[in-house]
Design a protein around this ligand. Sequence first.
Ligand code: AMP
Ligand code: FE
Ligand code: FE
Ligand code: ZN
Length: 282
Amino acid sequence: MRIDLHTHSTRSDGTDAPAGLVAHALAAGLDVVGLTDHDVMTGWDEAFEASRRLGVAVVPGVEISCERDGRSVHLLGYLLDPANPALLAELDRARSSRATRLQRMVDLLAADGIPISQEQVAAQVPAGATPGRPHVADALVASGVVADRDEAFRRWLADDSPYYVRYYAPDPARAVALVRAAGGVPVLAHPLAARRGVAPTLALVEELAAVGLAGVEADHPDHDERARRAVREAARHTGVFVTGSSDYHGTGKPVRIGAELTHPDVLAAIESLGAGSAVVRP
Ligand code: AMP
Ligand code: FE
Ligand code: FE
Ligand code: ZN
């Protein structure tokens, strides 16, 4: 069984619509795909419909943007209740803060002579999608200023860029509690992708495991072998499971869907813990 538990659609910063993403999963030989858009769950219904039509199981999820010590931390939540009021309120707050933040970033870029406007960025954000830096990158690609998202990030959009603006994001321990309270299964996403350092990261896994974290991503395109080993070791030490996922973003990143996979026993563990919604099986 081929299982990829972390992907993005046009409801956030992926480039495939939810149904197209499920079709892509089928073409790549996947049996199960997790849909985990940033801070939004509105893609689920379209993915479920495609699941039944195309014969690929869909694990509903979300990737919650969190912040700890001024740095971005991503928490995946699976099988949560999409109508949980506390969770929805937190995601709404994050998305509206993201919209304001993106406008400020565009103002800073434009004031410094980088050719970009609010209108050009707005044109890149599909209706109802969670706005993010990749949409600024897409506007720069559309006007021919850069070749791809990666070049835009390298030149102007990275976390340590002078144009970077923060947005409201909950602490990861609070997000773990919100996911649990919504009947979901919290999994820490790509903890070693952001050069945060092994020691503080492993301390975070330990801290979050004590308040309900169920798993952590080990096999991820942004983790080298050393990072994967360190995450596995932390997972063994704290008793959480490990997942593997592509973090597919369509044409927005070079990674292929299904490039990293999760063991079927881990999906079974997620299903036994998840109480807010269910895996949709065709
Ligand atoms: P934001 O959530 O708006 O701060 O933007 C972060 C998102 O940008 C991440 O979720 C990635 O999907 C995307 N991203 C980060 N670095 C790159 C890159 N070099 N190329 C393409 N996308 C990137
Ligand atoms: Fe993303
Ligand atoms: Fe992420
Ligand atoms: Zn992601």
